[in-house]
Design a protein around this ligand. Structure first.
Ligand SMILES: [Zn+2]
Length: 339
């Protein structure tokens, strides 16, 4: 496999082009002084929204979608210490999170005195969604460039559950711990109200999946109901890291002081979820590139990690991903479609 000599994008990545020295167009564009979107320009907006939505006699100012991973752990600490927000941590338990992850959550939230709500939809409904998400091209290519089908389904369920709880409890802000590499950075993806996409259009994204499963009720796990989208005022969704800055070494240091330790029972790309491994395996088989290739290449371009480290994360020399994927695949059994 040929990879960009500056980042790590492989020749199997959709639409990739290399110049004569083997540098991809994403690196060339970045090198021509086209700076990536500067999230810092949104700092004033973020602080205004926080100021306007803090207090008011509410029990919670912000809901943090809490996976127990390093980023969302640090986010809770940062929002609490920098902005004195009253936080509700909400964990979407997909049934495949590592035990170490739950230990970390108990330790850290205990230390920070933050309330914790764990939401776990019916496991067999989730299993059907996860297994079918491994099926052939359940999501459009512009999404699978950036992540596996399983991850897309899971992230949609996470944001749906987070918004649903925020709407039920009248919490004005939903905070997500996406790192700068995990998203195309534009203003509308960092701070937004997720009620602007027409309902029918939104359903269309999940139609191939739900049609295969033959159960319309599954839409309610993947997206809000028509009534929920009409909530006023609709909660903000905010991704603070690209705005406030992101330093992986600092994050590890600060959360270690809160009692967080790195789980050893997950693949090198995830600090919190085993299901991710199956997503990676199926994605590689279907598309012949790694679902983390793009995210890692962004981190290399932004000099957050080295190229060698990025290659190590996507090549997984110890084959941890394979072992974990086989475990999860065995658990899902015949639900995983053949094609
Ligand atoms: Zn490149």
């Amino acid at each position: 496999m040929k990879r960009c000599t500056a980042c790590i994008l492989p020749d199997t990545f959709p639409g990739i082009r290399f110049d004569e020295s083997g540098v991809c167009q994403y690196c060339l564009e970045a090198g021509e002084g086209n700076q990536p979107f500067a999230g810092e320009s949104l700092k004033d907006k973020l602080e205004t929204i926080i100021r306007d939505n803090r207090g008011h006699g509410r029990t919670y100012d912000a809901l943090v979608a809490y996976s127990g991973g390093k980023d969302s752990t640090y986010l809770i600490h940062r929002l609490q210490s920098a902005y004195q927000l009253s936080i509700l941590a909400v964990t979407f338990d997909n049934g495949y999170m590592s035990e170490a992850s739950f230990r970390n959550m108990r330790t850290v939230l205990g230390r920070l005195n933050v309330d914790h709500l764990i939401v776990r939809p019916g496991q067999s409904s989730m299993n059907r969604i996860f297994a079918q998400s491994c099926g052939h091209r359940m999501y459009p290519d512009h999404l699978t460039k950036f992540g596996s089908g399983i991850c897309i389904s899971c992230i949609r369920m996470v944001s749906t559950m987070a918004l649903r709880v925020a709407i039920e409890k009248g919490i004005p802000m939903v905070m997500l711990g996406n790192s700068p590499g995990q998203m195309i950075q534009s203003e509308n993806e960092l701070i937004f109200r997720d009620n602007t996409i027409p309902y029918a259009l939104r359903r269309r994204l999940f139609k191939p999946l739900v049609d295969q499963l033959g159960d319309e009720r599954l839409y309610d796990l993947l997206m809000l109901t028509r009534e929920e989208y009409k909530t006023k005022p609709f909660p903000y969704t905010i991704n603070p890291f690209p705005i406030l800055g992101y330093d992986e070494q600092l994050i590890y240091r600060e959360i270690a002081a809160l009692g967080w330790s790195k789980p050893t029972d997950v693949d090198p790309n995830s600090t919190n979820c085993k299901l991710n491994s199956l997503g990676i395996k199926k994605h590689c088989e279907t598309y012949h590139f790694h679902p983390y290739d793009f995210e890692m290449s962004m981190l290399v371009r932004q000099k957050i990690i080295s190229r060698d480290e990025a290659i190590r994360r996507v090549s997984d020399p110890e084959r941890i991903t394979e072992v974990l994927a086989a475990e999860v695949e065995a658990a899902l059994g015949e639900l995983v479609p053949e094609w």
